[in-house]
Design a protein around this ligand. Structure first.
Ligand code: ACO
Length: 301
């Protein structure tokens, strides 16, 4: 479809394969499957949920919220349900928000889902983006902790000065969808990858330093690092700067590509299922994405 090669993609990004949703699948379909699995593992029934939060930049439609569509599919009660848009940082933003509702005592059981059908907003004629992005979803059930497992610290950041570096120009209220916008392919994602690359490394390193400082941990206390999966070179640069070894890093972009908000959620699930996460382990989760947004979280499993 475009002038590229497996060699360029593997060496410049680390991506070897990825998953693409079917023509009839939208973000809520992926979110539903991830939610059912998360509820099963947590031994929680949908009717026990107090809130549903879906982090996505590829909602089924502009509105109603994919969170509401998911609420109906899950047959959950008439609880709070909404979407959160923080691009690749969506899952960590979602966990942080859910954690606050639990910490204040307002809610007990919260479903945080990160679901992306990025293949639907990729321009398959643009080699700068079409080789990178993929589809997937992950979900987590949050509840007050009965032991030491908890979110120890989290840090969220954003810089709207970089808003033009990645996004979908048309289809919102600034540039409503029209024949012209479609002809100009403005309903697809545009990205200045090179500029984002440098900002990603800097922002992720800073976010890690702040979350470590907030938790009073050193990088040596971290058992597993789950970074956002945009590019292996970004991950390697971050890891080198913060002084971690690559054997403590969770990588799934080789199999899954960049799934934006879903990347960390899916990588966490894979790490748990592979037995890489033990009770009491300290996990560091760090992301960077469109907005610009970034986030870093330390949790005890
Ligand atoms: N195949 C072959 N050549 C390509 C391809 C491709 N798929 N894509 C770009 N190129 C070319 C470019 O056209 C350019 O050619 P030129 O020098 O003749 O102009 C050359 O490769 C180098 O391009 P760069 O953009 O400098 O390549 P770079 O090494 O920076 O890699 C990449 C590009 C992979 C996008 C990298 O910059 C990156 O990963 N950036 C970060 C992306 C990111 O973090 N995004 C997060 C936000 S995503 C979100 O929020 C949804």
């Amino acid at each position: 479809m475009v002038d590229t090669s497996d060699e360029w993609i593997s060496t410049r990004t680390g991506i070897k394969e990825r998953r693409i949703a079917g023509d009839d699948e939208a973000a809520s379909d992926l979110a539903y499957r991830a939610s059912i699995e998360a509820l099963r593992v947590a031994k929680v029934e949908p009717e026990e949920l107090d809130m549903i939060l879906v982090a996505t930049i590829t909602p089924d439609m502009i509105f109603p919220a994919t969170g509401c569509i998911l609420q109906k599919r899950l047959k959950a009660k008439k609880i709070a349900a909404f979407d959160l848009e923080a691009a690749c940082s969506g899952f960590l933003y979602g966990l942080t928000i859910g954690n606050q509702f639990i910490a204040t005592g307002m809610y007990d059981t919260i479903l945080v889902v990160a679901a992306e059908a990025l293949s639907k907003i990729i321009d398959w004629q643009d080699r700068n983006t079409c080789v990178l992005f993929a589809d997937g979803a992950g979900a987590a059930v949050l509840r007050p902790s009965e032991d030491s497992s908890c979110i120890i610290s989290s840090y969220l950041g954003a810089d709207g000065e970089g808003a033009d570096l990645v996004g979908v120009p048309a289809g919102g209220s600034r540039l409503p969808a029209s024949f012209e916008t479609v002809k100009r392919r403005q309903h697809y994602m545009k990205m200045k990858g090179n500029e984002l690359f440098k900002k990603a490394v800097k922002a992720m390193v800073k976010a890690i330093e702040i979350s470590l400082e907030k938790s009073k941990f050193s990088i040596h206390d971290i058992d597993l690092f789950i970074p956002h999966q945009a590019n292996i070179r970004i991950i390697e640069a971050v890891v080198k700067r913060v002084g971690l070894s690559m054997d403590k890093v969770c990588i799934n972009l080789d199999q899954c590509g960049n799934m934006s908000a879903a990347s960390i959620a899916v990588a966490l699930d894979q790490a748990v299922k592979k037995g890489r996460v033990k009770k009491g382990d300290k996990l560091l989760l760090t992301s960077f994405g469109g907005g610009l947004t970034w986030a870093s979280m330390i949790l005890e499993w």
